[in-house]
Ligand binder design. Structure first.
Ligand SMILES: [Zn+2]
Length: 272
């Protein structure tokens, strides 16, 4: 460990993002959790992540000595990440949702955090890579699942102000599935979420559709498309190839193209 030699020591400690409120955490999936909620991950994973941060540090600050990195994964409900500079050492907290993230995403996060703390420009490619990951459905789904298992799940039911999800489901079932799909629980989300528009929660056999679609400005084909997409998840369960989960496989995508107003619906979603 080297102390007192680094040029950035003269700067006062900075904080790139607020530290999230402490949570009472319980064990899941056999992961060891310390009393402070820090996930203890395998040493190999930790070493890999530290090396990614060191590489990105080198790129951003080619001549400065590499500081000691303290990286931990914490159980955040969102993709919260924090970085702090303290006594010349960088302390990084990453959400456990990032634990299985591809290396390219971890590189992007490392780059963004280090660039932020040293006020360097953030590379557009890294930023784009991280944003894409952030918005990917897999993460949204996982975030929502964790949120719902950690907090009380309150359902609003299928009857909205403008659309009844059961009625929409039944009509889609007739049109596209010969009426053969069993109807799961259907509910509007509590919040008018714009990021997570819909999801099928297999654990609760429930399709949740964002309340943002229960508006007169929302065309019926948009609600139908959302529900149709989630119904396809019922028809095509997630397959696992090696360590990768295949959520939207070939058959899924082929079926999705059968929806006549697909382009219009996607265009509407983009404008939300
Ligand atoms: Zn999907």
């Amino acid at each position: 460990m080297l102390r007192g030699l680094f040029d950035f020591l003269s700067k006062s400690p900075v904080e790139a993002a607020p530290v999230p409120a402490a949570r009472t955490l319980s064990r899941t999936r056999g992961t060891k959790t310390s009393s402070r909620g820090t996930l203890l991950i395998s040493e190999k994973v930790a070493a890999d992540v530290v090396s990614i941060f060191e590489q990105e540090y080198r790129v951003l600050r080619p001549r400065a000595p590499i500081p000691e990195f303290h990286i931990r994964f914490r159980r955040f409900v969102s993709l919260n990440t924090t970085i702090r500079l303290r006594d010349g050492q960088l302390h990084v907290s990453l959400s456990d949702l990032l634990e299985g993230a591809p290396d390219t995403v971890l590189h992007a996060i490392a780059h963004i955090l280090i660039a932020k703390i040293y006020k360097k420009p953030i590379s557009a490619a890294h930023n784009h890579r991280y944003k894409r990951f952030q918005y990917s459905e897999a993460v949204a789904r996982q975030t929502e699942q964790i949120r719902s298992s950690r907090g009380a799940k309150r359902f609003s039911g299928p009857e909205g102000r403008y659309y009844n999800l059961e009625e929409v489901f039944d009509s889609l079932n007739e049109r596209f599935f010969h009426g053969l799909l069993g109807r799961p629980q259907l509910t509007w989300s509590e919040q008018a979420a714009k990021r997570l528009l819909g999801h099928y929660d297999a654990a609760h056999n429930t399709i949740v559709v964002s309340r943002v679609f229960d508006r007169p400005s929302s065309p019926r084909y948009a609600v139908e498309y959302l529900l149709y997409h989630e119904m396809l998840h019922l028809k095509h369960p997630v397959s696992v190839r090696g360590t990768r989960r295949c959520v939207h496989g070939k058959a899924f995508k082929a079926d999705e193209k059968l929806f006549p107003e697909l382009d219009k619906a996607l265009a509407f979603l983009k404008r939300l």
